[in-house]
Design a protein around this ligand. Structure first.
Ligand SMILES: [Ca+2]
Length: 320
């Protein structure tokens, strides 16, 4: 199984405006998450992922709570291929429980596929959507609630998704994208609680970890360095709820006008003094999310174990 992307907080997404925020008061499973991403202030607001790797079989998992549906049809989620073409959309409607219907792009229009399904408003439910060029499936709480076979040539190589507010409030959490069934998968946030063993970057707050562990993200407090090849790592103290399948490191980052223009995300499994790095990521002039998935423990390229993840350090490296 390849996990292409995962994001559990606003800092893994690109919000379209300031009407969205991290809700800590409920509408998420607090065994795994420490907030939900709230969309409610603006009907047109969106929460987009950056592009990620892709295959030909696409699964997306997320937890969602929604208010009463709109009295018209609005896209609730859109899926884009590697060329940026919207190839599938989920449309929400219904004044009672939210009703969701799938549509695929046939090259000139969106065509309905499946009968649609509805889900109960106001409660957190797990959703899994499966898409490839011949099949659509929707699962709610692990139960198949809609499916269809169709020739959907455009539906392949999905590499980006966008959630829409769809004229009714939405709370998203625990989003995972993979190439094999995500049913039963969870995303646990391992929040930073202390500085790690390397602090090559400076910070405009002290201690430095408080610049990078906020729930409601704040780009005004940050760590930074004018020098390439500097590493900072941070510690977390989570107790894992489930056996780990992959470790995902995320960061919001931006480049200054001078100094390092690239970033690597960093990972240090417990009991190992070696820090492992992602590939180079190109920074922009404004803050944006960066995500790297480690499907196996880079210390030996073996499957992750609870012990190996339990006390992991993670962080960043500056690259010229
Ligand atoms: Ca920050």
């Amino acid at each position: 199984m390849t996990i292409y992307w995962a994001g559990g907080e606003m800092s893994s997404f690109v919000p379209s405006d300031g009407s969205m925020y991290e809700e800590t008061g409920g509408f998420f499973d607090n065994r795994y998450a420490r907030c939900a991403m709230y969309m409610g202030g603006s009907p047109g607001s969106t929460l987009a992922s950056e592009p990620y790797g892709y295959g030909t079989d696409y699964w997306i998992h997320f937890n969602l709570a929604s208010s009463g549906g709109p009295n018209a049809s609005y896209p609730m989620a859109s899926f884009y291929n590697a060329s940026g073409t919207e190839v599938y959309r989920l449309v929400a409607s219904g004044l009672g429980n939210t009703e969701v219907t799938g549509f695929y792009w046939n090259g000139s229009a969106f065509v309905q596929v499946g009968a649609g399904f509805s889900f109960t408003n106001g409660q957190v439910s797990a959703f899994d959507f499966h898409l490839n060029s011949t099949r659509y499936e929707a699962y709610c709480a692990g139960t198949l609630v809609d499916s269809a076979n169709a020739t959907m040539t455009a539906v392949s190589q999905i590499s980006r998704h966008t959630f829409y507010q769809a004229n009714a409030y939405k709370y998203y959490s625990e989003c995972i994208v993979a190439d094999l069934p995500t049913l039963g998968y969870r995303l646990q946030t391992l929040a930073i609680t202390a500085n790690g063993d390397q602090q090559g970057w400076g910070s405009n707050v002290s201690p430095a970890y408080e610049a990078v562990n906020e729930i409601v993200y704040n780009d005004g407090i940050y760590i930074d360095t004018p020098t390439a090849n500097e590493v900072s790592t941070f510690a977390q103290a989570a107790t894992l709820v489930s056996t780990p399948s992959a470790v995902v490191v995320t960061a919001r980052a931006a480049a200054g006008s001078t100094g390092p223009q690239h970033l690597q995300l960093a990972l240090e499994p417990v009991g190992n003094s070696t820090v492992y790095f992602s590939g180079n990521m190109t920074l922009g002039s404004g803050f944006e999310p960066f995500v790297n998935v480690w499907p196996t423990n880079p210390n030996g390229n073996v499957a992750w174990t609870t012990a190996a993840v339990q006390d992991i350090l993670y962080g960043v490296k500056s690259i010229a």
